[in-house]
Design a protein around this ligand. Structure first.
Ligand code: C2E
Ligand code: MG
Ligand code: MG
Ligand code: MG
Length: 293
């Protein structure tokens, strides 16, 4: 106590850092165990095609279940996995598991275009990452165009742009689709757009949430959709929770939508009820009145 009276700011700061470092260390150990024992799982969130108003694909999202029935969110454990290098093992597992699941659903006759998998920059910076991708596709006999890899522009931070581009191009050459995730949330996305082998842009949730109440968001989304389409990219809007957001996003010409409105991320066993939900909700948007203005 005497010490903190002398330099309260320093003391507060270092205790804060210390607690944080300890929590991270504990989480690292737990995450290592979770990977070793197969305790992680994937949830799947549907993407809906806004033209046909039907299921388009699923995004696979990592989940770390806890004994109390809750989850440690990916926003807590992905950064630690990235810091410690565990993301390589975790990411390989996510990729493999997603391909396995997509193949199983296709064999069951489920109608969808792709499974979409988040890939950390650290995975892409591995030499020959495209071989890992190819191995997962081959192992499960999944056609490459049934796989989308989502990357963020962070993949370019601190790395030789040309080498990153080479890896991305080689992945594209496999026939796998690339999506630029969280578009609009960073700084320099625009400079990458026409040089990258991307086929899809995922618009960050910040531009979609509350778009029905904010004319500036409407203008921004409109601009982003036009830009993307001019460059030949498909646009997926993330994070629509309410029907009015879906309507506006659809009117503005987005190709697809992913958000709680059409379905929260859910375990693989719930996939049929996710699909039923879309079938129930979709007809409300198939009316012509939206386009009449
Ligand atoms: P992301 O790739 O942008 O994934 C979308 C996130 O938005 C998911 O959060 C999803 O649950 C959430 N979301 C979707 N629709 C809505 C909505 O309508 N409202 C709100 N409030 N949220 C919505 P989640 O699952 O917590 O994942 C967070 C982030 O963690 C992901 O963002 C991704 O960057 C990362 N992540 C998740 N799984 C993986 C993984 O397997 N590998 C890697 N490298 N990163 C992952
Ligand atoms: Mg994503
Ligand atoms: Mg995103
Ligand atoms: Mg993200």
């Amino acid at each position: 106590a005497a010490k903190s009276e002398l330099s309260p700011r320093f003391s507060f700061f270092s205790e804060h850092l210390n607690a944080r470092a300890q929590r991270e260390l504990a989480l690292e150990g737990m995450l290592r165990d979770a990977l070793r024992t197969g305790a992680l799982t994937l949830h799947y969130q549907p993407q809906v095609c806004l033209r046909r108003m039907c299921l388009k694909g699923f995004e696979a999202l990592a989940r770390w279940p806890q004994k109390d029935g809750g989850y440690i969110p990916p926003s807590d454990f992905i950064p630690i996995a990235e810091k410690t290098g565990l993301i390589v093992e975790l990411g390989n597992w996510v990729l493999d598991q997603s391909c396995r699941q997509a193949k199983e659903w296709r064999d069951e006759g489920l109608s969808f275009d792709y499974v979409s998998v988040n890939v950390s920059p650290i995975q892409i910076w591995q030499p020959n990452f495209e071989h890992i991708v190819q191995a997962s596709l081959s192992a499960h006999d999944l056609p490459p165009n049934c796989l989308v890899l989502e990357v963020t522009e962070n993949v370019f931070v601190g790395h030789d742009e040309n080498r990153v581009l080479d890896v991305l191009r080689r992945i594209r050459e496999l026939g796998v689709l690339l999506s630029l995730d969280d578009f609009g949330s960073g700084y320099s996305s625009l400079s990458y757009l026409n040089r990258l082998p991307f086929g899809q842009l995922k618009i960050d949730r910040a531009f979609v949430a509350g778009i029905d109440l904010d004319v500036n968001k409407v203008k921004l989304l409109k601009g982003m959709v036009n830009l993307a389409h001019t460059l030949g990219l498909k646009v997926i809007a993330e994070g629509a929770e309410e029907a009015p957001e879906v309507s506006i996003v659809r009117e503005l010409g987005c190709d697809g939508i992913q958000g709680f409105y059409f379905g929260r991320p859910a375990p693989a066993e719930e996939i049929r009820s996710l699909m039923d939900n879309i079938v129930t909700l979709a007809p409300a948007f198939n009316t012509k009145h939206l386009q009449s203005t």
